[in-house]
Design a protein. Structure first.
Length: 215
């Protein structure tokens, strides 16, 4: 039985899952992206057709994954609506594969120097790894392990939001380039640490058993 705090937390996650992708997409479609270049973000090269294609592929597929994740975590999704769960899972997987591959390319051009470039590169690598691992476990019918790795995958997906939170806070100290680089690491590292602690506490309270074939 989910606690009241758990329900509030999950409800908050759903709100972010809907609003954040919407706001992010509107930011790059309704507003003139050239303003970002004028503000000093030289990594935004909208005159390069290849970079622009990769960039928009990255943000749209990332938005799709960000939106889908929490809905597939719903118990009713993998117990009562299995076909829908599988379909959304496939879309989530394809979206992350595309977005992470684009992320490798974009990391080379990232603002903030080597610190930011390496942070975003590892983010893409971990995003791809955790998601592929989760899918392989599902194919092996190791459902409990699959669910836990999907939680890790979404923790990396959620870095799209936590990056902006970290950047906003760290930039207050004055050195924006350093803040950008630090945020590129903290946005996924802290998420994964929090998730690992949560999974450890969850597993320590109940025996880990493989769920029946629900996928």
């Amino acid at each position: 039985m989910q606690t009241t705090a758990g329900k509030i937390g999950y409800g908050t996650l759903l709100v972010f899952a809907v609003l954040f992708p919407l706001v992010s997409l509107l930011r790059y479609t309704l507003f003139d992206p050239s303003m970002l270049v004028e503000a000093g973000f030289t990594m935004y090269d909208f005159h390069d057709s290849i970079w622009t294609l990769v960039f928009y592929t990255h943000i749209t597929t990332a938005a799709a994954a960000f939106l889908i994740g929490p809905f597939n975590f719903m118990k009713s999704s993998y117990t009562k609506h299995i076909n829908r769960h599988r379909l959304l899972g496939k879309i989530y997987f394809v979206a992350i594969v595309l977005s992470s591959l684009c992320g490798f390319y974009l990391a080379v051009y990232a603002h903030g120097g080597l610190l930011a470039k390496s942070g975003f590169f590892l983010l893409s690598l971990l995003w791809l790894y955790t998601t592929v691992k989760a899918v392989n476990l599902a194919r092996q019918k190791k459902i409990q392990d699959h669910r836990q790795w999907m939680v890790r995958s979404y923790a990396v997906t959620f870095a799209a939001l936590t990056f902006r939170v970290w950047l906003t806070g760290l930039a207050m100290f004055g050195n924006f380039d350093l803040a950008y680089g630090m945020a590129a690491w903290l946005c996924w590292a802290v998420n994964l640490i929090v998730v690992e602690v949560w999974l450890w506490r969850k597993n320590s309270k109940q025996p880990v058993t493989q769920a029946p074939n629900a996928l």
